[in-house]
Structures are given as structure tokens and as C-alpha cells.
Write a protein that binds this ligand. Sequence first.
Ligand SMILES: O=C(O)CCCC[C@@H]1SC[C@@H]2NC(=O)N[C@@H]21
Length: 249
Amino acid sequence: MSAEAPAWPSGLGRVVTDTVDSTNRLAQLVLAGNGGRASWVMAGQQTKGRGRRGRPWSSPRGNFYGTLAMRLEDPPAKRALRSFVAALALRDALADLTGAGAGLRLKWPNDVLLNGGKVAGILLENAGDVLCVGIGVNLIAGPDDLLVEPGAVAPVTVLAETGQRLSPETLLNHLAPAFARWDAMLNAAGFAPLRKEFLAHAARLGQQITARTGSQIRQGRYDGLDENGALILTTSQGQEIIPAAEVFF
Ligand SMILES: O=C(O)CCCC[C@@H]1SC[C@@H]2NC(=O)N[C@@H]21
């Protein structure tokens, strides 16, 4: 457990604001206005926080809401791997700050679980050559039950699970350098080291899971990730490679 933040990555922008509709939207504007310098945008609260699959993301004050906007020339498949960069960075930052590393697991494709509950979500959005990596962490409050999809992993908070009250600023100070480290690793060595680390912390690896893609539901054993980050599921029909799905335990 280390409370001292590593240095802020050189050249990386940082904008902190009090209230915004969505940091994913503001981050795009920030990038457009600063000549394309990759930047983190963090807000104290969001009035229209966006979750995956068009769902709202509950965003009361006290939790973490941050988006990294960056301009990329990578092909779409490599861009999408930033969701693993984000999940690994978030795991590292939360493990460093709370010492709760053993309780932190990664649910494919990119939810972070703490003691079995969902503590954080990641939303990647593309706008032209700009990628926005939005991260929400339940530091002190989770969403109302009504906002939780039936069958989804129940939300938890860092405060309730660890007794620790992290400030959003402290989390950003650890998260930004961790993201920069894993992103540099992806650029230098490809996806293989990220896949290895993700699987080392994966929730339910080797166990029965359900993957839902649109109206299609498949059940099988979670047998790992392929070289593009797709889920390998062994069903009664054989092995399936699933590039995108919602996973239920
Ligand atoms: O559905 C999910 O699990 C992803 C949630 C992502 C929420 C974050 S909060 C910061 C950023 N701004 C948004 O509007 N959404 C993301």
C-alpha cells in the first residue's frame, strides 16, 4: 500500500471541474481546445453520467468521475484494447491506495470488482480520431437499486468494503500514471503482457458464466482471452470467441 502518488506523466493535461453533464463529453471539448494534448478531465459530480449500453451512471458528489481523452491513429482493434489498459490501471491504483489488492478482480471486459461487487465501470467512446476513456468509481456511494440491471453484479463502494475514504483527486493522482504505464506497455510490447496480467486478476476464470450479445445468450466455461482481447468460452458446442458481450455470473 503506497499513499505517495507517482509523478504526473509529463505532457499530460489535467482539468478539474465541479459539475458537468458527462466528463466524456467535456473531455472531447478540452482536447479540441488544447491542440490535441491528451488530457484527463475530472468532475466532482455529473448531471448526465453515461454508462455502457446507453444506461445512466449515477454520479453523486464524492465518487470519482474522470475521462482521459486522447487522439490516436491506431486501428479500431488496438483502440479497443485501451479498455484493458484502463481496467489494469484502475486495479493498480486502487490496490496501491487501499491495500485491498486480493479483493480486486477484473470482470471481462472491463468492470473492476471489489470483494465480489462492482466498484467501478469503464466506458470507451470514439469521436473521429479521439478516444475518450471514461472511468467511474464508487468511492463512497453506489447507485440506487432501480438503476442496477437485474442479474448484474451488485454495486459496492470503496468506503464500505475497506473503511477508507479516498478523495477523487488522490485516485486521479495514482490512476493517471498507472494508465500511462500500461499504455506504454501496450505500445511497446503489444497486448500479450496485458492479457497475462488481466487473466491473473480475472473474476470467474475457468468457471461457468453467461455471455449475452443482443438477444443471444451463451453459457459456458470462461477459458481466457484471445490475442485481441475477445472472450474464449467453451460451450457444449465447442469453443467460441466472443469479441463483445455482457457477462453475467
Ligand atoms: O456502465 C459502465 O460500467 C461504465 C460506466 C462509466 C462511467 C464513467 S463516469 C466518468 C465518465 N463519464 C461518463 O459519463 N461516463 C464515464
